[in-house]
Design a protein around this ligand. Structure first.
Ligand SMILES: Cc1cc2nc3c(=O)[nH]c(=O)nc-3n(C[C@H](O)[C@H](O)[C@H](O)COP(=O)(O)O)c2cc1C
Length: 406
């Protein structure tokens, strides 16, 4: 058990006043719990999925990208047409698309969705995965390319006159003015946790994203990216996105039963290499720092803070977002608020039972977080949710967490 911090009425200084929710969109019902061999899009399911996200009150949906995945731009365009409000976040690897073409596609998506497009730039965490699509640059150069890419995206969207460019990675003549976004600039997010990711993200990104980490470690990383932004002379700091895979049930005890069942199934799936994406994940020690960090947290402890559980990272070699938050909706909402109190203002949640969980979070978790933030806005004080649902800061929770364990 971790000793409980004080959850009094004073709103922490670093707390974000507002939070928006993200969830990744799934194209078919295959999950790590129940893998279904498929290479395709189940259109009925996908339609239902994105509409459920919109009805559930999420603000954004991430369309991930991999060499063998569906194309994130095409999927994002479909999301736009299937929904009215939710904002598609296109994961884009610069190696796949010339920057001016990327700018054009994003501006087109933005116009087609009346200003809802967001881009998440992926510099590439695995040399082998990059090589599958002909990209042989080492990672530090890939981030240097991302930096040039960001400049060109923004110029392509805003330059009123034709311009030419000769940089380290790109060269062209007499481009523009290009196709413009719908209205305000399209937000640019960066994923990655290497030093290079921090440098580019701190200097240039509108959003910087993380996978779920222990609270103090995450706060240290937020300070790091914000310090780089300040040193670059920025007055608007990057917004902070943090991602979790919550496992919820009516009570903490039931959530822990579910968590133990889930991890056995996930471990089995990964042991058999039965989940689609796995073929494309490098075996052994991952090259991307985000996964290395997740594995090192998992090695040190299974449980951190109020409800952060790392076993799911350990059994999947931390391939993609993998750390869980376990508990009742109240405990998980309180745990999310702990991150909001540390400065996170974009919270991405996606379950292991993907569609059912997205619906459950929409009904039971999002409203609790929003209620608390509304209470804070109205009263200038913190509500009682975090003080009342202590999770791992209380003895009983730890008993549930270890029940049935060897
Ligand atoms: C929220 C989030 C979403 C991500 N989505 C993708 C994705 O769709 N495709 C992908 O290849 N990598 C994705 N990544 C992984 C990293 O961006 C990638 O491994 C990074 O470019 C290199 O890692 P490093 O800087 O941590 O070493 C994502 C990372 C985060 C934090």
């Amino acid at each position: 058990m971790t000793s409980a911090p004080v959850f009094d009425a004073k709103i922490p200084e670093a707390a974000s006043p507002k939070v928006e929710f993200i969830s990744l969109s799934h194209l078919n019902p295959s999950t790590e719990l129940n893998p279904i061999p498929t290479r395709g899009i189940d259109l009925k399911y996908f339609r239902h999925y994105v509409r459920s996200l919109e009805e559930g009150g999420y603000d954004y949906t991430l369309l991930p990208y991999g060499a063998a995945s569906a194309d994130s731009f095409v999927v994002a365009s479909a999301v736009g047409q299937l929904t009215e409000r939710i904002r598609p976040i296109v994961a884009l690897r610069p190696n796949t698309t010339f920057p001016l073409v990327g700018a054009q596609k994003l501006a087109t998506l933005d116009q087609l969705t009346e200003g809802r497009a967001v881009v998440h730039l992926i510099s590439g965490g695995s040399d082998a995965e990059q090589a599958r699509q002909g990209d042989y640059l080492p990672k530090d150069r890939r981030y240097a390319r991302t930096s040039e890419y960001i400049d060109l995206l923004r110029r392509a969207w805003t330059e009123p006159e034709p311009f030419s460019h000769e940089g380290e990675f790109y060269r062209f003549d007499d481009f523009g003015p290009g196709f413009a976004p719908y209205g305000s600039p399209i937000p640019i997010s960066i994923g990655g946790q290497s030093d290079e990711a921090f440098q580019v993200g701190g200097e240039k990104a509108d959003i910087f994203s993380f996978w779920g980490e222990p609270l103090d470690d995450l706060r240290g990383e937020i300070d790091r990216v914000h310090d780089i932004a300040r040193a670059a002379g920025r007055t608007t700091l990057p917004r902070i996105w943090v991602t979790f895979r919550p496992i919820i049930a009516q009570t903490d005890e039931l959530a822990w039963q579910k968590a133990h069942e889930y991890v056995a199934k996930i471990s089995d799936t990964f042991g058999k290499a039965a989940y689609g994406k796995q073929r494309f994940i490098t075996a052994g020690s991952p090259q991307n720092v985000g996964s290395q960090r997740a594995l090192s947290f998992a090695e040190k402890s299974e449980l951190y803070d109020r409800a952060l559980w790392t076993r799911t990272a350990a059994v999947t070699n931390a391939a993609g977002a993998s750390t869980a938050l376990v508990g009742s909706p109240e405990t998980v909402a309180a745990a999310i608020l702990d991150y909001v109190d540390r400065g996170a203002d974009l919270v991405s949640i996606r379950g292991y039972d993907t569609l059912a969980d997205a619906v459950d979070y929409g009904k039971h978790v999002l409203p609790l977080v929003r209620q608390e933030l509304a209470h804070r806005a109205a009263t200038g004080t913190r509500g009682t949710l975090q003080a009342e649902h202590l999770g791992n800061y209380a003895e009983e929770y730890r008993r549930h967490a270890t029940a049935g364990q060897a």
